[in-house]
Ligand binder design. Structure first.
Ligand SMILES: Cc1cc2nc3c(=O)[nH]c(=O)nc-3n(C[C@H](O)[C@H](O)[C@H](O)COP(=O)(O)OP(=O)(O)OC[C@H]3O[C@@H](n4cnc5c(N)ncnc54)[C@H](O)[C@@H]3O)c2cc1C
Length: 408
């Protein structure tokens, strides 16, 4: 058994795939991880960070644990992929592969909407740090959280942000100076792929906190003074604008023949295989069609979330390990996943379900409870321990799931 598996991207999907492959395969198979950054921030912690509850250093991990496990980590920028030559071209070296796993995540581009670069955002570490400062000194009366385009990663994140910003500002002000929040979104309902019941439950939660939900408003432009311009010339002005920056697939895949509309790579929903031989695409870079879904009113691709990047990485790694050991690959990604949505007051809601269920996804949003808030905390800590090489981290998380009643 010989071979070389190259993994592009050392975020959630890439790291899980690399560690799993190394654990399952003997030394003859070389596992190479190519990543541009020496330290990885844990994106789900950007929200507690801008609320002032985390330090940037505490949410950063690095890939030294992967190196200690015998994975060769190449710190370099991937420029392109040449499938016909089975070659990755990085800025300093060219890396041939036998099998390729692409886990380059999503890129964001505020410049895609004129003027939007002037808005705050929390989809990057730098953005979250700046937003923390802006919220700490905020004296205004109105906050607009705007979602200009779909898809974007973690469909729950802007709603969690709205609920927690409302709580933070309310607690520090007298009643007479309350802040008014709105979420203005291109979506019909929050978390559209999870179905209307989940979406309406979230709208009810927002309105119970006085947050106004404004659907079907794809942003056209933002002018310098916090004025949002929508189709038909409708405008809304806010003292503070926080935007989900438009997302797109990895630039490094342009020209490879892999990327389709929006730069995303369409893959087989169960194997994550792309249309190209020996290339698998996992996590946010992938567009995973939902089996059996033909409703034109609902987004048809799996939401982009770390929980899916994680389980897709496990499925692809297990299948490649079996293939290289001369066995028939048997793992199938099942479209199941869950997430916590912190709602303030020390509580979190819990969304979980099966996105591959037919004729429609079976997803529920369980009402806010204290134990789901603890679950979120355990999830973050176990991920950090995992990236630091703790083999017990996953077991701790599974145990936590059982104790908190989350496991199905
Ligand atoms: C605010 C926020 C909250 C979130 N909360 C949750 C949550 O509660 N639960 C959940 O499941 N998900 C959550 N997510 C989503 C989750 O973080 C992503 O879905 C997940 O990180 C995707 O994993 P990935 O491996 O596909 O990509 P990433 O984790 O983004 O990793 C991609 C990696 O590729 C590297 N890379 C990209 N291009 C290149 C290149 N050209 N050369 C070299 N390296 C490159 C990047 O540096 C990065 O390290 C949240 C996201 C945000 C922003």
């Amino acid at each position: 058994m010989k071979g070389r598996i190259v993994i592009l991207g050392g975020g959630i999907g890439g790291l899980v795939a690399a560690l799993r492959l190394k654990r399952r395969l003997a030394g003859d198979v070389e596992v190479i991880l190519v990543e541009r950054r020496r330290t990885q921030p844990f994106a789900p912690a950007f929200i507690p960070l801008f609320l002032g509850k985390r330090e940037p250093g505490r949410i950063a991990t690095d890939l030294s644990a992967a190196e200690r496990k015998g994975i060769r980590v190449v710190y370099d920028e991937v420029s392109s992929v040449a499938p016909e030559e089975r070659l990755v071209i990085a800025s300093r070296e060219r890396i041939p592969y036998d099998y390729l796993i692409v886990a380059l995540g999503a890129e964001t581009d505020s410049g895609a909407v004129p003027g939007l670069s002037a808005a705050h955002e929390f989809y990057s570490l730098e953005g979250a740090v700046k937003l923390q400062e802006a919220l700490a000194g905020f004296q205004g009366q109105t906050v607009g959280i705007v979602i200009p385009r779909l898809p974007f990663k973690c469909p729950a994140a802007p709603y969690e942000a709205a609920l927690l910003i409302e709580e933070k500002l309310r607690l520090r002000r007298p009643r007479s100076h309350q802040v008014h929040l709105q979420v203005l979104t291109a979506e019909k309902l929050p978390m559209g792929t999870a179905g209307p019941v989940v979406g309406r439950a979230l709208v009810d939660l927002l309105s119970s906190r006085g947050i106004v939900f404004r659907p079907e408003l794809p942003l056209q432009e933002m002018t310098g003074e916090g004025v949002l311009v929508f189709p038909g010339g409708q405008t809304e002005k806010f003292d503070l604008v926080i935007a989900v920056p438009p997302h797109m697939g990895p630039r490094a895949l342009a020209g490879s023949g892999l990327a389709g509309a929006g730069g995303w790579v369409t893959v087989d929903p169960h194997t994550l295989q792309s249309s190209m031989d020996r290339i698998y695409v996992i996590g946010d870079s992938a567009s995973v069609p939902l089996p059996g879904r033909h409703n034109p009113d609902v987004p048809l691709a799996l939401p982009k979330a770390g929980v899916f990047a994680h389980s897709q990485a496990e499925a692809v790694a297990d299948n490649l390990a079996e293939l290289l050991q001369g066995r028939t690959p048997s793992r199938s990604f099942n479209g199941k996943g869950s997430c916590f949505l912190e709602t303030g007051r020390g509580l979190a809601a819990y969304g979980a379900g099966d996105f591959f269920a037919t004729p429609a996804p079976q997803v529920s949003l369980l009402p806010p409870r204290r134990r789901y808030r603890w679950g979120k905390e355990i999830f973050e800590r176990s991920w950090t321990a995992f990236t630091r090489g703790s083999m017990a981290a996953e077991k701790v998380w599974r145990l936590g799931e059982r104790i908190l009643g989350l496991a199905d």
